[in-house]
Design a protein around this ligand. Structure first.
Ligand code: ADP
Ligand code: MG
Length: 211
């Protein structure tokens, strides 16, 4: 795997399309445990990125990540705007001088995103947030790289871990975010941020594997 900024922007277009098609579902998840705006927040952010696609694809990997972070920070409301913004700004630092995204650069980028969200959100795994999709994905990525799996297997394991992690939020009690104010702490409901995060990771892997 060897992705350019142009490739990454193609993935952004793909995930934005996917978000456009799942509004009712994601809104219903956030209506159950939060204030119902998660889909509007995330969808508007990615539409904004698609609007500036030409500008993004002309940038280096690091500058593109920085521009994405700044755009999401200003265009997306709610907690997810700040959290995704911080994640992409951290990814920009992790990408440093990388000319393309290889599997090792991907590992550094995702680790930086995970760390940034955990720090900014003051959140740990198993607290029913978007972390519960990206944390297991990063673990699967690191372990399968270390175990010497081929790239396709690594990516599939990462994607499966993200999807399973998002599903696992159904039984979790919330400690952060609006769901922790619910009497049942959101138990029995999927966390919307974990679901949209798992879609990002799944779509990224689908993009690479069908490219
Ligand atoms: P808000 O909760 O401000 O309305 P959104 O609806 O856009 O923001 O996003 C809600 C999602 O954000 C939640 O489903 C959860 O995954 C994630 N989230 C909320 N607070 C935190 C936090 N402190 N750390 C990590 N993720 C969080
Ligand atoms: Mg909300």
């Amino acid at each position: 795997m060897n992705l350019t900024s142009k490739d990454y922007v193609e993935y952004i277009k793909m995930i934005s399309k996917r978000y456009e098609g799942c509004g009712d579902y994601i809104t219903s998840l956030d209506a159950a445990t939060g204030d119902g705006d998660h889909w509007t927040n995330i969808n508007s952010g990615f539409l904004k990125l698609v609007e500036i696609a030409d500008e993004l694809e002309a940038l280096s990997i690091s500058d593109m990540m920085k521009k994405i972070g700044m755009t999401l920070m200003s265009a997306v409301g709610g907690s997810s705007g700040v959290l995704y913004g911080s994640a992409y700004l951290a990814a920009a630092k992790a990408a440093k001088e990388s000319e393309t995204i290889t599997i090792d650069v991907l590992k550094d980028i995702y680790q930086a995103m995970l760390d940034a969200i955990m720090q900014r959100g003051n959140v740990q795994p198993n607290q029913k947030t978007m972390i519960d999709a990206i944390y297991p994905a990063v673990q699967a990525l690191k372990i399968s790289i270390a175990d010497g799996f081929d790239e396709k297997e690594i990516l599939v394991k990462m994607k499966d871990a993200a999807l399973e992690g998002a599903q696992a939020t159904k039984q979790m009690e919330a400690f952060r975010g609006r769901a922790c104010y619910q009497a049942d702490k959101g138990v029995g409901h999927l966390d919307p941020g974990a679901v949209t995060m798992s879609y990002q990771i799944e779509t990224f892997v689908q993009y690479i594997l069908t490219k």
